[in-house]
Design a binder for this molecule. Structure first.
Ligand SMILES: [Zn+2]
Length: 194
């Protein structure tokens, strides 16, 4: 890292950019069009070089791998799966950044939240970061979210992109040959999450 900074010398670049900016602001700049062009093109080159190198040190291999997997999944899946892959990627990225929602444990008291049937509603506090148990509901501001949405968040957080494709495959298969519609899977594509 230090070697790279020694090679690209961002401070020197910044100084050159300041100097070029001054030249570019001169009122008589375009009196000599070819010189003016040289100044503006040098300025834009230096600026993009600086933008590239000043991102150094922010690289994150795990996040990069996660995003690469999501993008390559997007290239393989069919149109209907795209929202779910995007949702999964967002949830996983947030979890990775330390913003995993608490979906099984009450964010206020730490106790397990009561099981809610899939057709029911769960109390959630976006501000506090997750589910709120019945006992804490009077002291925390909550919104009601379909329990099936929460179930899908759990599933997406814990499944890989490859596993998700398998789910979609099963849904298609059952609907084609079993004559049944897996409602909870259909929900994934129609719920307000996406
Ligand atoms: Zn509680």
């Amino acid at each position: 890292m230090e070697n790279i900074l020694a090679v690209v010398q961002p401070d020197k670049l910044r100084a050159q950019i300041a100097e070029l900016n001054e030249k570019a602001a001169a009122p008589d700049l375009w009196d000599d069009p070819s010189a003016a062009q040289a100044v503006t093109s040098a300025l834009s080159h230096r600026q993009s070089e600086l933008d590239r190198v000043t991102q150094m040190g922010l690289e994150n291999p795990r996040l990069f791998a996660l995003t690469r997997t999501a993008l390559s999944s997007l290239g393989r899946v069919d149109h209907a799966q795209v929202p779910a892959v995007c949702a999964a990627h967002l949830l996983k990225t947030l979890a990775f950044a330390g913003l995993r929602p608490s979906l099984d444990v009450c964010v206020s008291c730490g106790r397990d939240v009561e099981a809610v049937p899939e057709s029911g509603l769960m109390a959630l506090s976006y501000q506090e970061g997750g589910a709120v148990c019945a006992a804490c509901r009077s002291s925390v501001e909550t919104v009601l979210v379909p329990a099936s949405t929460v179930a899908w968040c759990r599933a997406l957080l814990s499944s890989t992109f490859a596993e998700f494709s398998v789910l979609r495959f099963c849904q298609q298969w059952v609907s084609e040959h079993g004559g049944a519609n897996l409602k909870s899977l259909n929900f994934l594509f129609t719920c307000g999450l996406f």
